[in-house]
Design a protein around this ligand. Structure first.
Ligand code: FMN
Length: 259
């Protein structure tokens, strides 16, 4: 392979970290890589929050579905979908007056803008993951940063048109760490040629066979098969419900056409 592919293939999510701060030159190298990530219209519709304050990490470890390792990560990066900067600039540029005089509608960012900014933020985040990995810094995404919108807004001082898309915990690999490579579904179920192909029953059974082999009939959810187990643990869980509530609260603002 080559060094880029090696880095991609050697990465796994890291949830235990060497008790050592990230060196400033390494953080800078990660941020330099992030800033070179592709971005829609070269508008950089994202911001990166660098969090090292222990108190903030302690709070995040609770508000992000009670995951204690967050507090132990030497570095936390939060990737924000950010249209605030551009709308502040539009105001500064008297865009509302321009709209009124040219029969354009002046409106705040809408859900399409949010989704585009989410694309930008996630591309920036994954660029940070690979840059960090290449420097011997492991990482783990935390999707739960999308929960508790109101609390995170206050904690991180987020204005209306800034939404936390993803969070990364980062730290150096501990001595002797043995990565666990989690298997993936086969390419035939994930990659489609030219048009989407919805999987039939036989293909679904084939796709999930390996996962089903791991099913434990005695489990905390009373699930009788792997589908029931994963639904109870993930998609139908309390944290998933909270995430949807939280995102809906943010969407209300993004759909509010505020200006
Ligand atoms: C969007 C997203 C959210 C995630 N959220 C969490 C999380 O909250 N806690 C956690 O321990 N891992 C989280 N992960 C890591 C996944 O569990 C991990 O990527 C997956 O199990 C595959 O394992 P691997 O990354 O080691 O290959 C998240 C990953 C992604 C991409």
């Amino acid at each position: 392979m080559n060094p880029v592919l090696d880095t991609i293939h050697q990465r796994t999510s890291l949830r235990v970290y060497k008790d050592e701060p990230i060196r400033p030159e390494h953080l800078q190298a990660v941020l330099d890589a992030v800033l070179r990530a592709p971005t829609a219209g070269n508008m950089m519709l994202y911001s990166v929050l660098v969090v090292t304050d222990q108190e903030t990490k302690n709070v995040l470890s609770k508000t992000c579905d009670n995951q204690p390792f967050i507090a132990r990560a030497p570095l936390v990066l939060i990737f924000l979908a950010d249209y605030q900067r551009w709308f502040d600039y539009f105001e500064l540029s008297q865009v509302p007056t321009f709209c009124a005089s040219t029969e354009r509608t002046w409106q705040g960012p809408d859900v399409g803008d949010l989704f585009l900014a989410l694309d930008d933020a996630l591309i920036a985040a994954q660029t940070a993951v690979l840059a960090a990995e290449s420097l011997g810094i492991g990482s783990c995404y935390i999707g739960d940063i999308m929960e508790n919108y109101e609390t995170h807004r206050e904690l991180l001082a987020l204005p209306d048109y800034v939404f936390p898309a993803a969070m990364l915990c980062l730290g150096y690999y501990p001595e002797g760490y043995q990565p666990k490579f989690r298997s993936r579904f086969d390419q035939e179920f994930i990659v489609h040629s030219e048009k989407y192909r919805r999987l039939g029953e036989a293909e679904l059974q084939s796709m999930f066979a390996e996962l089903e082999a791991e099913f434990a009939p005695t489990n905390r959810f009373g699930a009788e098969n792997m589908g029931q187990f994963v639904y109870a643990r993930k998609t139908g869980s309390d944290f998933a419900r909270e995430m949807s509530r939280s995102v809906r609260a943010a969407l209300q603002i993004w759909q509010g056409s505020k200006p």
